[in-house]
Design a protein around this ligand. Structure first.
Ligand code: 3PG
Ligand code: MG
Length: 396
């Protein structure tokens, strides 16, 4: 691999600036999903074990260069201490006097969390002065924030050019999994792309058709592809103005030898609500007053067959309206099939991006996938084939 790992940088007795992504969901002061906090534990513990002093750089929310007290990282300290099993100190600024004093006071075995990097306007501008002020606090830079690596910010990119840098354990795991899924995958490789809109995933679809052998399209965006083929989808969510674009993607796929799979049967209802009365019909038979809310069982069978014929799977986006039963059926069944094949050692399965993880968790399948990314936007940009600045900066 072209980047250094924690095993290749000197950490003993050194202050390691560690960029983490602990941008976790919080409701009424309570962390509702601590996954991102738990995922940084191996890196921080490893640095401690090697005699280093971890100083955590992180953002929280989008304060846009202002000090917004509600977006302070301080309330996350107890959650971090619980996860790390080590004392976590806090500095009320990520640069300057408060940070320097806190770093100087840090004892072996302790961790320091610095206040929200985005309280400084320079962070999102990747301001060299801010990067230098951050770098001045430590001797080594470790980036463990793959999920923020699509941002070219001071703490994710700028600092990497100033200090000796390495990828943390989570960054390493993410990069390895993504490489196995799309960089140099074992073929045949199939992708599942779902979600509401074609328009938000154009680059992604365009990149995938040239890389994967099978592309399974689900969710609202599948309707747009049905429309593109002259099929009436009634009141279904569809971007009718994207039909031409969808046809271009189908054409590009054909040229590239990528088989596109659209739902052959669909579950339709007249209301978008849980347990709405519904029926399953061929994809050509959506009544004019109904909408497609899920893929049907024949489609799921086809998806299972594709999974069985594949060695690698990459998944982004649900196949139907997975938030409301029973329109989560196709997503659940397909996810469970992928999980089963993975557990049998027949499939490498990687998933990521926003809703995807929620959908796979709901299906009870996430734990049995080979790898679930912690990233939303970064995962999508990577699937689009874009270079992630935070990763690129580690490659030297
Ligand atoms: C995320 O949650 O997507 C990452 O932490 C990056 O945050 P951002 O989308 O505000 O840049
Ligand atoms: Mg984001």
């Amino acid at each position: 691999m072209a980047w250094k790992t924690l095993d290749e940088v000197e950490l003993a007795g050194k202050v390691a600036l560690v960029r983490v992504d602990i941008n976790v969901p919080v409701e009424n002061g309570v962390v509702t999903d601590a996954t991102r906090i738990l995922k940084i534990v191996p890196t921080v513990k490893d640095i401690l074990a090697k005699g280093g002093k971890p100083v955590l750089l992180a953002h929280f929310g989008r304060p846009k260069g202002q000090v917004v007290p509600e977006m302070s990282l301080r309330p996350l300290v107890p959650e971090l201490e619980k996860a790390l099993g080590a004392p976590v100190k806090f500095a009320e600024d990520c640069i300057g006097g408060p940070a320097k004093t806190a770093v100087a006071a840090l004892e072996a075995g302790e961790v320091l969390l610095l206040e929200n990097t985005r309280f400084h306007a320079g962070e999102e501008k990747n301001d060299p002065e801010l990067s230098a002020a951050m770098a001045a606090l430590g001797e080594v830079y470790v980036n463990d924030a793959f999920s923020a690596a699509h941002r070219a910010h001071s703490s994710t990119e700028g600092v990497a050019h100033i200090l000796p840098s390495a990828a943390g354990r989570l960054m390493e795991a993410e990069l390895k999994a993504l490489e196995a899924a799309l960089g140099a995958p074992v073929r045949p490789v199939c992708a599942v792309v779902g979600g509401a809109k074609v328009s938000t995933k154009l680059d992604l679809l365009g990149n995938l058709v040239s890389k994967v052998d099978h592309l399974i399209i689900g969710g609202g965006m599948a309707n747009t592809f049905l429309v593109a083929q002259g099929i009436d989808v009634g009141k279904s969510l569809a971007e009718r103005e994207m039909a031409e674009t969808a046809r271009d993607i189908l054409e590009k796929a054909k040229t590239a030898g990528c088989a596109i799979h659209l739902p052959v049967d669909v579950v339709v209802a007249r209301e978008f609500k849980a347990n709405a009365e519904n029926e399953t019909v061929p994809n050509t038979d959506c009544p004019s007053d109904a909408m497609i809310l899920d893929a049907g069982p024949k489609s799921v069978e086809e998806i299972a067959t594709v999974f069985e014929a594949s060695k690698t799977l990459i998944w982004n986006g649900p196949l139907g309206a997975f938030e409301i039963a029973p329109f989560d059926a196709a997503t659940n069944a397909a996810a469970q099939k992928a999980a089963e094949l993975t557990q049998d050692g027949k499939l490498t399965s990687v998933a990521g991006g926003g809703d995807t993880v929620a959908a796979l968790n709901k299906a009870g399948a996430a734990e049995d996938f080979s790898y679930i990314s912690t990233a939303g936007g970064a995962f999508l940009e990577w699937m689009e084939g874009k270079e992630l600045p935070g990763v690129a900066a580690l490659m030297k």
